[in-house]
Write a protein that binds this ligand. Structure first.
Ligand code: NAD
Length: 281
């Protein structure tokens, strides 16, 4: 049995993952702004540092895995926009950077970052906002979305999820992650019936958008279904899974982007990596 840290554990998909892993007999250290072993506000730098440190103490420096599920959905208001960017992006990457040695200590750890299908189904997300987040500059990211009016929350949300997904893919393949036995992957849900989605459905404007959004299989996902995917991505079945983004979204990503992917890599880039990996055995 393993020891896992789960953020966003008090509600929705995080709570479902906690229940799933505990039912399997694992030890789970929960992290949330309320109702958790480690109560911390991941929208603040101090909160993220405290959450990271308290988990490291609780797991005695060895983590078999983690699920990063804490997050906020799109909603208006300057303070809220900042929280979406900080919790959804910094609340993942700062914790994982601090937990990496404990994950490496387990030799075969697995990490699941909860992304979103908003990454590929939201049009016109400003690339500058994504680049700014990847550089850790939340103010610049927010400035890059300021002209989007009522669509701004969706832009900030999608930018935060694109940035965290890219961060995961960039790091997953590095020697300090893949080479240290850590498997870092992203689960990208579509609309899943949780309090986060309910908040959108309670807002007239957003509800119209959510309800009309094309989902080939129809309806919404359930948090327990997503928890099963997390469990699988934390198991030995994921030993060969590295830097992947798994869409569980009822088919919307395939519907919108059916011919965009898979797309072959440019030959020049392959040659560069072949040279870099030569000799690593
Ligand atoms: P949820 O609202 O049920 O759970 C989110 C959890 O994050 C809550 O327990 C909340 O307290 C916690 N959280 C929020 N702000 C925090 C903070 N400042 N500090 C610490 N914890 C904080 O939502 P959910 O739908 O289960 O969302 C889980 C993840 O899935 C999120 O990252 C969300 O963006 C993502 N997601 C959700 C959907 C969906 O339709 N529900 C779709 C795609 C992606």
């Amino acid at each position: 049995m393993g020891t896992y840290a789960i953020t966003g554990s008090a509600s929705g998909m995080g709570a479902a993952a906690v229940a799933r892993l505990r039912a399997d007999g694992h030890t789970v250290i929960t992290v949330d702004i309320k109702d958790a072993d480690v109560v911390a506000d991941l929208s603040t730098s101090d909160g993220r540092a405290a959450a990271a440190a308290q988990v490291l103490t609780a797991c005695d420096g060895r983590l078999d895995g983690a699920v990063l599920a804490a997050g906020l959905g799109p909603s208006q208001g300057a303070e809220r926009l900042r929280m979406i960017a900080t919790v959804n992006y910094l609340g993942v990457v700062e914790l994982l950077e601090r937990w990496r040695p404990a994950l490496a200590a387990a030799a075969n750890a697995k990490v699941v970052v909860i992304g979103s299908n908003s990454t590929t189904t939201t049009p016109a997300v400003p690339a500058r906002a994504v680049r700014a987040l990847l550089a850790g500059d939340v103010d610049k990211a927010l400035r890059a979305t300021r002209l989007y009016g009522p669509g701004r929350p969706a832009m900030v949300y999608a930018a935060s999820k694109i940035a965290v997904t890219r961060w995961a893919r960039r790091h997953a393949v590095r020697p300090e992650w893949a080479g240290a036995g850590i498997r870092l992957n992203v689960l990208a849900p579509g609309a899943v019936m949780t309090p986060l989605l309910q908040e959108q459905l309670d807002n007239k404007r957003q509800a119209r958008f959510v309800e009309r959004f094309p989902v080939p299989v129809g309806g919404y996902g359930q948090p327990e279904q997503l928890a099963e995917w997390m469990r699988f991505m934390l198991s030995d079945a994921a030993d060969f899974l590295c830097g992947s983004v798994i869409f569980v979204d009822g088919g919307t990503d395939s519907l919108f982007r059916r011919d965009d992917w898979p797309r072959p890599v440019p030959a020049r880039r392959i040659i560069g990596y072949v040279q870099r990996f030569r000799g690593r055995g």
